[in-house]
Design a protein around this ligand. Structure first.
Ligand code: OSB
Ligand code: MG
Length: 384
C-alpha cells in the first residue's frame, strides 16, 4: 500500500438543522453539531473525518468546544508532517492524549479516508484488509431507525408506522424513568411482530431491576445501556434479573472495556460506535473480540452527517456485524445533507456501501460553508 504524508489539516465546526430532533433521557440537542476534519496529503488527496461531538457534554462528556481545543492544540501537532504507512499507526502517535475519543475519531477518520483514496480503495475494503480472511465487506449495511421520546404512545405509534412504511425493519425507542414499561407495552400491543428495542442512555440504577423485569415478556430485541455510563460491574448484576438481553453503548470505550464486560456477564450485545471508542483502529480490535466470543454486534450512530455516516456504513458492511445498525437514510436526518449522493433505504432495510474510493461520498462546499456559518451564528460559545 502507498503511504501518505499529512501536509495540512483544517477544522470545520458546523451546525445543521435536524429534520427531526432526537429526545433522549439526557435531553435534546438544538441542532446537529460536529467538527469536520479535512486532511490534505502532500499529493493533494483530501480525507474527511467527523468528530460528532454534541453541544452539551450529556452523552460523551465532550463538546464542540473541547473537541476543537483538543484537536487544534494537542492532536493535530502530533500528526502534521508525519508519513503514515498504515492508518493504524495513528493511535500510537496520539496516545499521550487521554480520553477525548470523539475528537480522536474525527482525526483518525480523516486519515483512513485519505489513505483509502490514495490507494484507490473503498474504506470498507481497506478495513477488511486488516481482518482475517472471510471478513470481506457484504457491500451493504442492515439498518434500523432510532425514535426519540415523544409526548404520548399514540404519537410514538404514528412515527413507528411512518418508519415501517418507509421500509425500516427494526425500531429503537428511547426510554427514561416514567416513560418505559407503559410505552413498550402499548407499542407491543399495537404491533405484536415489530422488531423492537429500547435505549435508556444510562437513566436507571440497580434499584430499578424489578421494574425493568416488567419488560421480560415483550420479546424485545435488547435493552441498551440501562445503567450508568461508566458502569460495567452493576450491569453484570442486572443481567441475571432480567430476561431482556443487555446491550452496552456508553460503557464500552475500548476493547479492554469489552473484555471486562464479557468476563463479568455485563453484556450480551454490543453497540459499537466509532466515535465512542476513538476511531476505526479500536473498532477493528473490538470487532475481532466480538467474533472470537460470538457476541452479536451492531454499529451505532451519533446522528452523523454524510461524512461520518458513510464511514459507519463501511464498518457496518463487515460480516461480523450481525444485527441492524443505527444508521438511517439521509432524509431521516437532514435536508439536504453535506454530501452527495444521499443514502436511500433499499429493500431488506439496507443501505448500500458507496462505490467510490474512501468514504465514497462527495462533500458539497457550498453546504459546508452554510453549516459553518450557522455554527458561528448559533454557536453557544466562542471557540478559542
Ligand atoms: O445512545 O445511541 C445513542 C444519538 C446521540 C447520542 C446517543 C445516541 C444517539 C442515537 C442516534 O441513538 C442514532 C442514529 O445516529 O441514528
Ligand atoms: Mg445508545
Amino acid at each position: 500500500m502507498r503511504s501518505i504524508t499529512i501536509k495540512e489539516i483544517h477544522l470545520h465546526p458546523i451546525a445543521m438543522p435536524f429534520v427531526e430532533p432526537l429526545t433522549t433521557s439526557f435531553g435534546v440537542e438544538p441542532f446537529k453539531a460536529a467538527i469536520l476534519v479535512e486532511l490534505i496529503t502532500e499529493e493533494g488527496v483530501i480525507g474527511w473525518g467527523e468528530a460528532s461531538v454534541e453541544t452539551a457534554p450529556g452523552y460523551a462528556g465532550e463538546t464542540i468546544g473541547t473537541g476543537y481545543h483538543i484537536l487544534k492544540h494537542f492532536l493535530l501537532p502530533k500528526v502534521i508532517g508525519k508519513t503514515i504507512e498504515n492508518p493504524m499507526e495513528i493511535p500510537g502517535l496520539i496516545k499521550l492524549v487521554r480520553d477525548n475519543k470523539h475528537a480522536k475519531h474525527g482525526l483518525e477518520g480523516a486519515v483512513w479516508d485519505a489513505f483509502a483514496k490514495t490507494n484507490n480503495m473503498r474504506l470498507a475494503d481497506l478495513m477488511a484488509s486488516y481482518l482475517p480472511e472471510g471478513h470481506a465487506s457484504t457491500n451493504r449495511a442492515v439498518v434500523g431507525v432510532s425514535i426519540g421520546i415523544q409526548p404520548s404512545v399514540e404519537k410514538t405509534l404514528e412515527i413507528i408506522n411512518k418508519r415501517l412504511n418507509q421500509g425500516y425493519g427494526r425500531i429503537k425507542l428511547k426510554i427514561k424513568p416514567g416513560w418505559d414499561v407503559e410505552l413498550a407495552k402499548g407499542v407491543r400491543a399495537a404491533l405484536p411482530n415489530v422488531t423492537l428495542m429500547l435505549d435508556a442512555n444510562s437513566a436507571y440504577t440497580l434499584k430499578d431491576a424489578d421494574h425493568l423485569a416488567q419488560l421480560d415478556d415483550l420479546h424485545l430485541l435488547m435493552v441498551e445501556q440501562p445503567l450508568a455510563n461508566d458502569d460495567i460491574y452493576e450491569h453484570g448484576k442486572l443481567q441475571p434479573h432480567i430476561k431482556t438481553l443487555i446491550c452496552l453503548d456508553e460503557s464500552i470505550k475500548s476493547a479492554n472495556d469489552l473484555r471486562l464486560a464479557l468476563q463479568v456477564g455485563a453484556i450480551r450485545i454490543l453497540n459499537l460506535k466509532p466515535a465512542r471508542v476513538g476511531g476505526f483502529t479500536e473498532c477493528l480490535e473490538i470487532y475481532r473480540v466480538c467474533v472470537e466470543h460470538n457476541l452479536p454486534l451492531w454499529v451505532g450512530g451519533m446522528l452523523e452527517t454524510g461524512i461520518g455516516r458513510a464511514a459507519n456504513v463501511a464498518l457496518a458492511s463487515l460480516p461480523g456485524v450481525t444485527l441492524p445498525c443505527d444508521i438511517s437514510a439521509t432524509d431521516r436526518y437532514f435536508n439536504p445533507d453535506l454530501t452527495e449522493p444521499p443514502f436511500v433505504l433499499q429493500a431488506g432495510s439496507t443501505l448500500p456501501v458507496p462505490d467510490g474510493a474512501g468514504i465514497g461520498v462527495e462533500i458539497q462546499r457550498d453546504r459546508l460553508e452554510a453549516a459553518a456559518a450557522l455554527w458561528h451564528e448559533r454557536g453557544m460559545y466562542q471557540l478559542g
